[in-house]
Design a protein around this ligand. Structure first.
Ligand code: FES
Length: 102
C-alpha cells in the first residue's frame, strides 16, 4: 500500500511496501535513513519515526516493551513509534510518517 514517508532531510518518498515486511524494513529498502540496527528486536531505537495521521485502529497498539524503549529515546513525542513494530498491511494505505532525528 502506498505510504507517504518523509526522510530526516525532508525528502518525500512514496513507499510501495510489500505486505509482510515491517515498516522499518520497508523504509530501509526504500533508501530512507532508518538503520534498524537491531533487526527489529526492540533494542536499538534507530527505527524511530513519527506517525502523523493514523486513524484510530490503523496501527497496532504500542506494547509495554515498545513504550519502554521509546521512553529512553531523545525527541520522543506523542506521535513516536518504533517502525519495526508496525507490520506493513493494506490498512497502512495513506499513512504519513516522518523519520525521527538521530
Ligand atoms: Fe531496533 Fe526497531 S529496529 S528497535
Amino acid at each position: 500500500p502506498p505510504i507517504l514517508a518523509k526522510d530526516r532531510d525532508g525528502t518525500a518518498h512514496t513507499l510501495a511496501a510489500a505486505d509482510g515486511d515491517s515498516l522499518m524494513v520497508a523504509l530501509r529498502n526504500a533508501g530512507l535513513s532508518v538503520e534498524g540496527t537491531c533487526g527489529g528486536n526492540m533494542s536499538c531505537g534507530t527505527c524511530h519515526i513519527y506517525v502523523q495521521n493514523a486513524a484510530p485502529g490503523q496501527l497496532p497498539p504500542v506494547s509495554a516493551d515498545e513504550a519502554a524503549l521509546l521512553a529512553d529515546l531523545p525527541d520522543v513525542t506523542a506521535d513516536s513509534r518504533l517502525s519495526c513494530q508496525i507490520p506493513v498491511t493494506p490498512t497502512l494505505a495513506g499513512l504519513s510518517i516522518v523519520v525521527a532525528p538521530d
